[in-house]
Design a protein around this ligand. Structure first.
Ligand SMILES: Cc1ncc(COP(=O)(O)O)c(C=O)c1O
Length: 371
C-alpha cells in the first residue's frame, strides 16, 4: 500500500499529461511559456481571486509574499508553531521574527483567541496556516487584523481545494500562498506553488519579485529571485486540474469513510484511544494529510509498518523547539496545544484512489497497533 498513490493518478491522466508535456517540448518555451499564463487564469478563477502567480514552490510563495509586504529586519510576523518548518523559516529568512501563538487543540490551526495579545507595534503581518487541508477561523483572524490594519497571509500549502464558509482557500486573505509539491492535493511533478491576491499593486510587486525585481528587461527597482513556475510543471497542473473536482470529492469520501471506521472501532470523544480529525462546520477539508492522535506513537508506527501500512508524522517537533529557534528561549510548556499535538499525531495513507478494502486494512492495523 502506498502512503500517497501518484501512479494510479498518472495512469488515469496519461494521455493528457503526455500530450501537454510534449507540446512544451515542441514549442520550447520552458520558462514563462503559454501554459503558465493559462494555468494562472484557471487557478485565479478556481480560487476566486483577481490575480494568481505561478511560483517555484510553496516556500518561495511565502517569501515573495513577505517581501512584497516589505517585511524585514525589526518586524514581527505572528504565526503558529505547529506547522511545516517553511512557514516560520521564511519569516526568519526575510529578516523578521516569527512570533508564535498556540493552536486550537481540535483543528490544529491558529487559535484566534490568542492573537490580539501577541500584536505589538512591530507586528507587520499575520500568517495563519490551513493545516492538513482545512482553514482556520479566517473571519475571526481577519477581524482582528483589520482592527490593527495588518495584512494576513494564508499559508494554504496544504489546503488548495478546501473551502471556508463556501469560499476557496487561498483567496480569503490579503495574500494566499499554496504549494504544488507532488504529494499535495494538487501536485505537479517537481516543485511548484502559487500566490493569490485581489490587490492589484501587491500582484504587480510580487510579479516583479518573482523575476529578480525586474519591472522591464534588465531594469531592477527592487530585489527578487528566480521564483517562477516552469512551463513543464504548469502543463502537468493543467492536466491534473481537469480531474481535480473529482479528486477533491474522492478525498471527502475517503475522509468520511475513515471517520466511520475509526468511530466504529474506537468510539468517539476525547477518551477514545484513537482521535479522528475534527472538521469545522464552516469548512470542507481536502485532507492533505489524514492525521489522527494516538498514545505511544513510536510503538504504533513500528507496529503498523510491520503490518504493511505506511504512516508519517506531520510534525514531530513544534517549531519553537527547533534548534535554529533556540535563541527565542521558548522552552517546553510554552505552547501546550502544539507540543501535545507534536507528541501524538500520526498520518494514515491518504489519496483519492484509496479503496474501501485498503481503508479497512489501515484501520484494522491501527487497532492492532494501539492494543
Ligand atoms: C504548511 C506548509 N507550508 C509551506 C510548505 C512549503 O511548500 P513547498 O514544499 O512547495 O516549498 C509546505 C509544504 O510542504 C507546507 O506543508
Amino acid at each position: 500500500m502506498d502512503f500517497i498513490d501518484l501512479k494510479t493518478q498518472y495512469r488515469r491522466l496519461k494521455p493528457s499529461v503526455d500530450e501537454r508535456i510534449h507540446r512544451v517540448l515542441e514549442h520550447g518555451q520552458f520558462v514563462m511559456g503559454p501554459e503558465c499564463a493559462e494555468l494562472e487564469q484557471r487557478l485565479a478563477e478556481y480560487v476566486g481571486a483577481r490575480h494568481c502567480l505561478g511560483v517555484a514552490s510553496g516556500t518561495d510563495a511565502l517569501l515573495i509574499a513577505l517581501m512584497a509586504l516589505a517585511i524585514g529586519q525589526g518586524d514581527e510576523v505572528i504565526t503558529v508553531p505547529f506547522t511545516f518548518f517553511a512557514t516560520a523559516e521564511m519569516i526568519a529568512l526575510a529578516g523578521a521574527t516569527p512570533v508564535f501563538i498556540d493552536i486550537d487543540r481540535r483543528t490544529y490551526n491558529m487559535d484566534p483567541a490568542k492573537l490580539e495579545a501577541a500584536i505589538t507595534p512591530r507586528t507587520k503581518a499575520i500568517m495563519p496556516v490551513s493545516l492538513y487541508g482545512q482553514c482556520p477561523d479566517l473571519d475571526a483572524i481577519e477581524d482582528i487584523a483589520r482592527r490593527h490594519n495588518l495584512p494576513v497571509i494564508e499559508d494554504a500549502a496544504q489546503s488548495f481545494g478546501a473551502t471556508y464558509k463556501g469560499k476557496r482557500s487561498g483567496g480569503l486573505t490579503t495574500i494566499g500562498a499554496t504549494s504544488f509539491f507532488p504529494s499535495k492535493p494538487l501536485g505537479c511533478y517537481g516543485d511548484g506553488g502559487a500566490l493569490f491576491t485581489n490587490d492589484d499593486e501587491l500582484a504587480r510587486i510580487m510579479r516583479e519579485i518573482r523575476i529578480h525585481g525586474q519591472d522591464r528587461r534588465y531594469h531592477h527597482p527592487r530585489l527578487g529571485m528566480t521564483g517562477r513556475l516552469d512551463s513543464m510543471q504548469a502543463a502537468v497542473l493543467l492536466a491534473k486540474l481537469e480531474i481535480f473536482d473529482d479528486e477533491v470529492a474522492a478525498r471527502h469520501r475517503v475522509g468520511v469513510r475513515y471517520a466511520e471506521l475509526i468511530a466504529a472501532k474506537f468510539g468517539t470523544g476525547p477518551r477514545a484511544n484513537v482521535l479522528a480529525p475534527h472538521v469545522e462546520r464552516s469548512n470542507t477539508c481536502v485532507y492533505a494529510q489524514y492525521t489522527v492522535e494516538v498514545e505511544h506513537r513510536e510503538v504504533v508506527e513500528t507496529r503498523m509498518k510491520a503490518l504493511g501500512v505506511p504512516t508519517a508524522v506531520h510534525y514531530p517537533i513544534a517549531l519553537h523547539q527547533q534548534p535554529v529557534f533556540a535563541y527565542m528561549r521558548l522552552g517546553a510548556g510554552s505552547f501546550p496545544a502544539s507540543e501535545a499535538a507534536a507528541r501524538r499525531v500520526i498520518s494514515l495513507p491518504m489519496h483519492p484512489y484509496l479503496t474501501d478494502e485498503q481503508q479497512v486494512k489501515v484501520v484494522d492495523a491501527l487497532a492492532q497497533a494501539v492494543a
